[in-house]
Design a protein around this ligand. Structure first.
Ligand code: AMP
Length: 220
């Protein structure tokens, strides 16, 4: 089963992808996490990626397409995967289509911008595991501390308010057209192999959304 999660930063794609990974045993491929790992390497490329990410802009298409194409051919992807944060531009989506990567379902999650700003600026991360908390909606048991390891939580540099606003602006401009692209593909009578396209209301609780997604997957 191959799934794509589309949606603005903070819509809950990562949370849902983690739930699905646990339930269906297919890996979550988060391009943001992959890039954050590359950015930590003190190579020339790592430093460049770090600087693009902290500005809220997208890294160049050829680089990310190469990363994803290599990742999805790894053995743990044999039974499927969840793409979280990719494709982010129409040309990334076209690259998948041109490489004949068959996708079963595209889930487009959306949430109003003012809620996204609140969610992202209150988000805290446990960097080693990727566990996500929120200072109001999902606080850790002890302040600023991971529940499982007791290690400190961090705020991503790009979750600071000014960068969040920039990321949302970039999302609406560059990634919203990807949502339209998959909608058109799914409704086109000219394309035989096409993913199912489903819109998901991201304003509900994460467990309610997950139940809906399980139903969709079971009916694939
Ligand atoms: P995320 O964790 O998905 O919010 O991604 C964090 C940042 O990584 C984004 O703001 C971009 O700078 C970069 N990034 C992640 N995925 C992509 C992608 N598919 N294409 C280009 N840049 C990306």
């Amino acid at each position: 089963m191959r799934l794509i999660f589309l949606g603005p930063p903070g819509a809950g794609k990562g949370t849902q992808a983690q739930f699905i990974e646990e339930r269906f045993h297919i890996p979550q491929i988060s391009t943001g996490d992959m890039l954050r790992a590359s950015a930590q390497e003190q190579s020339e490329l790592g430093i460049e990626i770090q600087s693009i990410m902290s500005s809220g802009h997208l890294v160049p298409d050829p680089l990310i397409i190469k990363l994803v194409q290599a990742r999805i051919t790894e053995p743990d992807c044999q039974n499927g995967y969840i793409l979280d944060g990719f494709p982010r531009t129409v040309s990334q989506a076209q690259a998948l289509q041109e490489a004949s990567v068959k996708i079963d379902m595209v889930l487009a999650v959306d949430v109003a911008d003012e809620i996204l700003v609140k969610r992202l600026s209150g988000r805290r991360i446990h960097p080693a595991s990727g566990r996500v908390y929120h200072i109001e909606n999902h606080p850790p048991v002890a302040e600023n501390t991971d529940d499982i390891t007791g290690e400190p939580l961090i705020q991503r540099e790009d979750d600071q308010k000014a960068t969040v606003l920039k990321r949302l602006q970039i999302y609406r401009k560059q990634t919203q057209p990807v949502v339209d692209y998959y909608y058109q593909l799914a409704t086109s009578s000219y394309v035989a192999e096409k993913p199912r396209f489903v819109k998901v209301d991201g304003n509900q609780s994460s467990l309610v959304i997950f139940e809906k997604i399980i139903n969709l997957i079971n009916n694939l």
